[in-house]
Design a protein around this ligand. Structure first.
Ligand SMILES: Cc1ncc(C[n+]2csc(CCOP(=O)(O)OP(=O)(O)O)c2C)c(N)n1
Ligand SMILES: [Mg+2]
Length: 282
């Protein structure tokens, strides 16, 4: 009995010591700390109320090294690609454009049920695909046929898929343009917007755990970014520090809805810049 009482007394005195220690710590912290440092906040303390007005901030800067007329604006940024690579890039961009015209007309003539063109976005597909390793995994939306073309998907394979014939890799089970190729590390397109995004974060997390040195690229339109899935994907990838590139194709429209009807700010980029919400490198 005496033993138990002694033990309680000892515990009580320890708790008291701890409490006075904590009080001392918090008093010094209140006196000296300039930043809040507790779970969920690392913000600086200010003593005047100041509303942050996002309209006063500049939009996200756009990286550009070549003028519309093809002149280099910043010589130091020239990647100095070899002629063979540049020619392949150019050929693939023009081939994609021609394929689009034929398949778009096929759809208009009623030969295939559906088609999505890539007009004007060819450079984004080929440029980004060329920068990746062929083993890196691609999660696309539906307007990234150029990435697949760069990796070696043949014209006949595009046709087989759009026509849903016997030679189609998906055996005609998918709508046209919902390509996929395990061989080329290109995950089959889903019609439901943004569902590829959390899947891509999950795949990137698996890569991180496997430490295989590969990364994931996830393409999405600025319209798809309004889906809740997009935010789940961003947060998941940022918190778990996943090797992933989120590639937003901001073409100004979600089919017929202009960005100004969808965002108050500067499109999807403003989420990152104005709130630094996901702590991504933009
Ligand atoms: C969950 C979901 N909602 C709506 C649609 C219908 N839909 C198909 S494409 C599209 C617009 C997507 O716009 P964006 O992401 O900007 O891609 P873009 O067509 O401009 O390349 C919509 C709303 C869909 N496929 N899935
Ligand atoms: Mg769009």
């Amino acid at each position: 009995m005496a033993n138990i009482c002694l033990k309680r007394l000892w515990l009580f005195s320890k708790t008291k010591q701890l409490q006075s220690c904590m009080r001392a710590f918090s008093t010094t912290c209140q006196l000296k700390c300039t930043h809040a440092d507790f779970p969920g906040s690392k913000s600086v303390y200010v003593h005047k109320i100041n509303f942050l007005n996002p309209d006063l901030q500049e939009g996200i800067p756009v990286y550009r090294v070549m003028t519309g007329k093809g002149q280099m604006e910043a010589e130091s940024e020239d990647p100095k690609l070899d002629k063979e690579t540049i020619l392949k890039m150019y050929k693939d961009m023009t081939l994609l454009n021609t394929m689009d015209r034929i398949l778009y007309e096929s759809q208009r003539q009623g030969r295939i049920s559906f088609y999505m063109t890539n007009f004007g976005e060819e450079g984004t597909h080929i440029g980004s695909a060329a920068a990746l390793d062929p083993k890196d995994l691609v999660f696309g939306q539906y307007r990234e046929a150029g990435v697949l073309m760069w990796r070696g998907f043949k014209l006949i394979q595009f046709m087989d898929q759009c026509y849903g014939n016997h030679d189609d890799l998906g055996k005609g089970r998918q709508m046209p343009v919902h390509y996929g190729s395990p061989e080329l590390n290109f995950v089959t397109i889903s019609s439901t917007l943004a569902t590829q995004m959390p899947q891509a974060s999950g795949a990137a997390y698996a890569f991180k755990r496997a430490q295989n040195g590969q990364c994931v690229i996830c393409y999405f339109g600025e319209g798809a970014a309004s889906e809740g899935d997009a935010h789940a994907a961003f947060n998941f990838a940022a918190t778990l520090d996943c090797p992933i590139i989120f590639f937003c194709r901001n073409n100004g429209y979600a089919i017929s809805t202009p960005t100004c009807d969808q965002y108050r700010g500067d499109g999807i980029g403003s989420y990152f810049v104005k709130t630094c919400q996901y702590k991504f490198i933009v």
